[in-house]
Write a protein that binds this ligand. Structure first.
Ligand code: AMP
Length: 637
């Protein structure tokens, strides 16, 4: 172990030597011939010529030393189910699932869309895809049919793996009707659907298309399906994320670079060790779930805990607030990963809960997904007595961009309000948003950007849309070809970075990224909506919530409170049904006009400022001051 500064410097000055060394952390069927091919910027191809497999590195590789040790622990306080798979059992189930997919005609490069609650089978399905070289596209189970349909259409999956239902706080959410509706809406139709029947909701099955997971697994029990050796630069998966436009982007990732990046991060950042247990409270539908519920911990030879349920339950399914700590005690969790929002929910509980369980196995809690506010950080740090490590990254990066590398320099101090310093391999810059000039003085606010070539694990491109990848991410800072994170940032004199929110129309609700345009497009489809603006407004618990302002097409909604409330109800229902509860605005306000510039551009930032009771800034371009006045009056601001 040495100083992190030296480690970082090596990664920047001699990236190929640095990453060649990291590549030894995983198994290769054929070692890479070239560490980095950056001949066609901004595309970076890592470990060219190498052949490997994510499932081999996550499962098979550990059989020699830890076949009987736990690999996957699935706990649901919703159903009371609790099951542990050893590496050997996981190996067997993944092969049966892989054989099932092969029997349904899934081949290398075919897509399999996974729309599942947090059950062990979801992870088995992901690993089965990785094993045979199929590309998985996991869609968050909280999304509804409209969101699901657009993803099915873009991914064109041969097979969809789903379940009868998920459950949240005892409320069953039937997935099958949402899936059927999504398939109906989509121009692309999958050839087969595989369904895990949890006995939570009745399912209509379409003959010839729909299969039961349990039946397939019995049929293929004992199957031996060797890992398909993939090129390091082949595609492992796509995951959809929101941006400025209404159409979600399929973030595409490779095989070899991702495996190396995760193995390296488990060692250098998370300090997770083989034989221990890792617990991430995220969901497989998000990038954190891909990297640090599924692949990262398993590649490191750790057991991973997959939890379905609220943080405010006990293992006995009674309201408690102690479930996380109960699980830490029971499974001797050493590394934990969560989001600030979830901790803010816990903050409302009795702090004695933190002292009730034996947490001596826990070494650190990592938090990411949204800014970590100081009171939340202090509360959980005092309660747990372990380091709380903020880490900043994105779906696009696949692993942390800014944090502390505790595996390299354990004593590197944390700083409240800052996620930390650039991770090895990342050339992080603060740039002036209008001139592209680098801002080198401490405290100067600019766009947080990354200079290429991007490190292993970073997105390869946008699925089937290289032009969108280049235009969206690499051409947004004037005069420079750098990757824009679309976040504002500053750096202090010691090199610690601070994130100051998004530069685009993306909002962050409870650590989940949502595009305001997507919500606007959904609301605009209501027959009585002429115009709509959706903004993100600060919220004490969720970080941000969506707030909608609509101009009704006709009727009394803009002037009559009862009519406005009725329209609000219809719109909220529409958003829940199409996009999912997560995207549901906190309020829908009816107005007679929206604040716009004279050239017709919507002044979202001014609306947002008024909602947050801040100064809306320069309003010289505002066409009709009455519109903003109306927003003010509605909010009593
Ligand atoms: P996602 O791609 O859904 O993970 O969202 C990524 C976005 O979440 C980033 O661009 C930031 O705006 C925000 N974010 C993630 N982690 C942090 C963090 N530790 N501090 C502040 N913002 C964060």
């Amino acid at each position: 172990m040495g100083s992190y500064a030296d480690f970082y410097r090596r990664s920047i000055e001699a990236p190929e030597a640095f990453w060649a060394e990291q590549a030894r952390l995983i198994d290769w069927h054929r070692p890479p011939e070239q560490i980095l091919d950056a001949s066609r910027p901004p595309f970076a191809r890592w470990f060219v010529g190498g052949q490997t497999n994510l499932c081999h590195n996550a499962v098979d590789r550990h059989l020699a030393q830890r076949a009987q040790q736990p690999a996957l622990i699935a706990v649901s306080t919703e159903t009371g189910a609790e099951r542990t798979w050893s590496f050997r059992e996981l190996h067997a189930d993944v092969q049966a699932a892989a054989a099932s997919l092969l029997a349904l005609g899934v081949g290398r490069g075919d897509r399999v869309l996974i729309y599942m609650p947090m059950v062990g089978e979801a992870i088995v399905a992901m690993l089965a895809c990785a094993r045979i070289g199929a590309i998985h596209c996991v869609v968050f189970g909280g999304f509804a049919s409209g969101s699901l349909a657009s993803r099915i259409e873009d991914a064109e999956p041969r097979v969809v793996v789903s379940a009868d239902a998920g459950s949240r706080g005892g409320k069953v959410i039937a997935y099958k009707p949402l899936l059927d509706e999504a398939i109906r809406l989509s121009r692309h139709k999958p050839a087969a659907v595989v369904l895990v029947d949890r006995g939570l909701a009745p399912m209509d099955r379409e003959a010839g298309r729909d299969h039961l997971w349990a039946e397939l697994m019995v049929r293929h029990q004992g199957a031996q399906v060797p890992c398909t050796w993939l090129e390091a630069t082949d595609v492992s998966y796509t995951i959809y994320t929101s941006g400025t436009t209404g159409k979600p982007k399929g973030v595409q990732r490779d095989v070899g670079g991702y495996a190396v990046a995760l193995a390296a991060s488990m060692k250098h950042i998370f300090d997770g060790r083989a034989g221990e247990t890792y617990f991430s409270t995220s969901d497989i539908g998000w990038v954190v779930g891909h990297s640090y519920i599924v692949y990262g911990p398993l590649i490191a030879g750790m057991a991973t805990l997959c939890y379905e349920g609220l943080p405010t339950q006990g293992l006995d399914r009674q309201p408690d607030g102690g479930i996380w700590w109960q699980l830490v005690e029971k499974y001797r969790v050493s590394v934990m990963f969560s989001a600030p929002t979830a901790v803010r929910v816990l903050k409302k509980q009795d702090p004695a809960l933190l002292k009730k369980y034996d947490l001596s196995s826990l070494r650190a809690l990592f938090l990411a997904g949204e800014p970590l506010d100081e009171p939340t950080a202090r509360w959980i740090s005092d309660g747990l007595g372990v380091p709380i490590i903020d880490n900043y990254w994105q779906t696009e990066s696949g692993w942390p961009i800014l944090t502390l590398a505790r595996g390299v320099e354990p004593q590197q101090p944390t700083r409240f309000g800052s996620p930390g310093v650039p991770m090895y391999g990342y050339r992080v810059k603060i740039l002036h948003e209008a001139t592209g000039e680098e801002l080198t003085e401490p405290g100067q606010k600019g766009v947080l950007a990354i200079e290429g070539p991007t490190p292993p694990g970073f997105m390869q491109t946008v699925w089937r849309d290289d032009a969108r990848f280049v235009d969206t991410y690499w051409k947004s800072v004037p005069g420079r070809s750098v990757y824009s994170t679309f976040d504002w940032g500053i750096r202090d004199a010691e090199g610690y970075y601070y994130i100051l929110g998004r530069t685009d129309d993306v909002i962050n609700v409870a650590g989940h990224r949502l595009g305001t345009r997507e919500i606007e497009e959904c609301i605009a489809s209501h027959a009585n909506v002429a115009e709509v603006a959706v903004v993100g407004v600060a919220d004490a618990l969720k970080g941000q919530v969506a707030m909608a302002f609509v101009v009704p097409r006709s009727g009394a909604a803009a002037t009559d409170a009862d009519a406005a409330r009725a329209l609000e109800g219809e719109i909220l229902q529409l958003v829940s049904a199409r996009l999912g509860a997560l995207a549901r605005p906190a309020r829908v306000h009816c107005v007679t006009g929206l604040p716009k510039t004279r050239s017709g551009k919507l002044l979202r930032r001014a609306i947002q400022a008024v909602c947050e009771r801040r100064d809306p800034g320069d309003l010289t371009t505002l066409d009709d001051p009455g519109t903003l006045q109306q927003v003010r009056a509605l909010l009593g601001a």
